[in-house]
Design a protein around this ligand. Sequence first.
Ligand code: NAP
Length: 437
Amino acid sequence: MHIAVVGLSHRTAPVEVREKLSIPEQTMEESLHNLRNHEQVLEASILSTCNRLEIYTLVRNPDLGIAAVRDFLSGHSGLESRDLSPHLFTYHHDEAIAHLMRVTAGLDSLVLGEGQILSQVKKMMRLGQEHKSIGPILNRLLTQAVSTGKRVRSETNLSTGAVSVSSAAVELAQLKLGQSRGQDALVTLETEQIAVVGAGRMSRLLLQHLQAKGASGVVLLNRTIERASALATDFPNLPIQCRGLDDLDQCLSTCSLVFTSTAVDDPIIDANRLNALNRRSSLRLVDIGVPRNIASDVRDVSGVESHDVDDLQEVVERNQEARQQVAREAEGLLLEEGRLFLEWWDSLEAVPTINRLRASLEEIRVEELTKALSRMGPDFSARERKVVEALTKGMINKILHTPVTQLRSPQQRSERQQALQVVEKIFDLESGAAAQD
Ligand SMILES: NC(=O)c1ccc[n+]([C@@H]2O[C@H](COP(=O)([O-])OP(=O)(O)OC[C@H]3O[C@@H](n4cnc5c(N)ncnc54)[C@H](OP(=O)(O)O)[C@@H]3O)[C@@H](O)[C@H]2O)c1
């Protein structure tokens, strides 16, 4: 058995490729079942976020199992394998475990240390459990990754400053506005006419950062207006007008800065839509949706500046240096957690031998006990039989305790394999192996 991860991220693929691989929650069950139906794939879980699509898996054979996952990705995205392959990474075993730990801690995120990834890894675990695509190995690995993510956030300063894709989006808007005025600095948003499209988690964070950066008011548009109204009540100090998506054209005509963060499959704003409007002279669009909410052709529309999630790199790089130092501190913690998982994994190697040893001693116990009881005859009461039965079981458990603990304890793989061979040999376990496993 072999643990591996196959996937792509903002480091290996642009947003136009990532959006083709995104798997929404509604179709996750089907995707997990498709993967698990392959005879090479023993366990599988999918992490689908705006910046990555990663498949963590336990496979029988590394080459065949990984080929199955790659085929799945190619089929799902509709991309030919030759077009997709240059964007894919594959990590095996200890590297896959280390990668998951880094991802969960936010060290592989576009915005270093952002907090959303931890809940996304929790969600991947929950969906894997609900749809029964993960078993004991990935369950243990994901549980350990989540607790590592929590440790990093509570034991280091990585998450201070409430960083997120949304905060980077607001900073990008400030930076670009500054640059358009000839300043290389973040400017206040006080005079901008701002709209936010979407009222989910990322929009909540957008509102928080817009408020913090001086926005004097926001138009909040959402498919479900009630959800926008509920969100607005959490910002009593920020004037928010809530509207339905029917008012999108009007907002695009009057606003100067529009953020989009809805979970749509296809763009809701494109060049045709903008060209049909009687717009004010300049409009800046910042889209953090993946799949993108704004089509790339809007970049050709005069008076429109448009940015997508990949453009956030520019502001992110400005802030990374201080966080990199904290990230280095977190790496030690990740190594420790990765090692703990590997020790547990290695200890599993001893399980078949331990099971055979137990079964062999149990067979002897039952055989000898049956003989002894038959010699005792009918005078031996049921209570006395129970006492003798418990006595023999207790003796076997005591005898096994130390060797079983030793075989399971953390040690070099070669040492464990040597010890397992000795146990197999001296108790003659190999001959009955197939029957006992
Ligand atoms: N979560 C993250 O860490 C993260 C980071 C960066 C970017 N993103 C991207 O940001 C976007 C929003 O993410 P989120 O986490 O905020 O999602 P969310 O909390 O699930 O909210 C989804 C939003 O999208 C709207 N929506 C869904 N389907 C729609 C449709 N067919 N037409 C119109 N509106 C629709 C929902 O409107 P209703 O209220 O009417 O359902 C809601 O406003 C996604 O594209 C995601 O990939 C997320």
